[in-house]
Design a protein around this ligand. Structure first.
Ligand code: NI
Length: 282
């Protein structure tokens, strides 16, 4: 029997206390489910350091470092220098999770924009793709990204990469998808595409380009059907892929092949060997 996958969970938060008790088992279940790589995200400096520590500990884990829009209340520009140092680590593959959020309203939008712009420029300088959070800020984030791609990105190391970033857990419409494709972004879908009542998301997913889509769990959040509301984990990324296989009327291994190829390309990940192994570094 052929093994499932390979899948890449392009976005999760493995450092959170939700995984404190059983993190080794969570990683092992992911590998058994055919997950070859997991990108764990930072949301502030401590979680960015924790993401790197996890990427050092587990062979299949890679880190993104960044400051989330809901976590920039105490932002100080000196934090960008610290992020630059963290991003030099060989296991760091992206600047994330960064973006804008007008749902929780924990931080005024002008402050969020300042922090986003500095991190977009850092990513361009370092040649690392960005992982973008956009909640209820569709028009504003597209404006920010259009300005960045037109005015700030040209001539930087990131401009040489095949893709410049990913819109994580994409919640826009087809017109927005096409706008961000044009800017060099890919999209990512998470557990909500598996929800029975997510009809507009199903309709959208059918129209998205399978070559420009990643899959993710956003674990411990956004558990797919039938675990909605429970703690999520990277092994369940296969259920996002399975729903896309139905929507696209495509074999599951083809969805795995395409989304994994796109994730490897975005994050410049090495292609894994034929015999995945479970390795923990102590
Ligand atoms: Ni996230």
């Amino acid at each position: 029997m052929s093994s499932p996958g390979p899948f890449i969970d392009s976005h999760c938060h493995l450092d959170l206390p939700h995984f404190q008790a059983d993190r080794d088992a969570v990683i092992q279940r992911a590998q058994q489910a055919g997950v070859e790589a997991i990108i764990t995200q930072g949301v502030d400096l401590p979680s960015s350091r924790a993401a790197i520590a996890l990427a050092e500990r587990y062979d299949i884990v890679w880190a993104a470092v960044g400051i989330h829009p809901n976590d920039c209340t105490d932002f100080d520009p000196a934090m960008i220098d610290e992020l630059r140092e963290l991003a030099a680590h060989p296991r760091v593959v992206a600047i994330g999770e960064i973006g804008l959020d007008d749902y929780w309203k924990t931080v005024p939008l002008p402050r969020q924009q300042q922090v986003l712009r500095l991190q977009l420029d850092l990513a361009a300088e370092l040649g690392l793709p960005v992982v973008i959070h956009d909640r209820e800020t569709h028009e504003l984030i597209v404006e920010e990204l259009q300005h960045w791609v037109a005015q700030r990105l040209p001539g930087t190391p990131l401009a040489q990469r095949p893709f410049v970033g990913v819109m994580h857990s994409f919640s826009g419409d087809l017109a927005m998808a096409q706008q961000v494709y044009q800017l060099g972004f890919v999209l990512s879908l998470a557990g909500p595409v598996t929800f029975k009542n997510a009809r507009s998301l199903h309709a959208l997913a059918k129209q998205l380009d399978p070559q420009r889509l990643l899959i993710e769990t956003d674990a411990p959040y956004l558990s797919p059907h039938p675990w909605r509301g429970q703690r999520n984990e990277p092994a369940r990324v296969q259920h996002v892929a399975a729903r896309l296989a139905e929507l696209w009327q495509m074999p599951l291994n083809e969805v795995a092949r395409r989304t994994t190829a796109t994730a490897r390309s975005l994050f410049a990940l090495p292609v894994q060997g034929a015999s995945p192994r479970f390795t923990v570094h102590h």
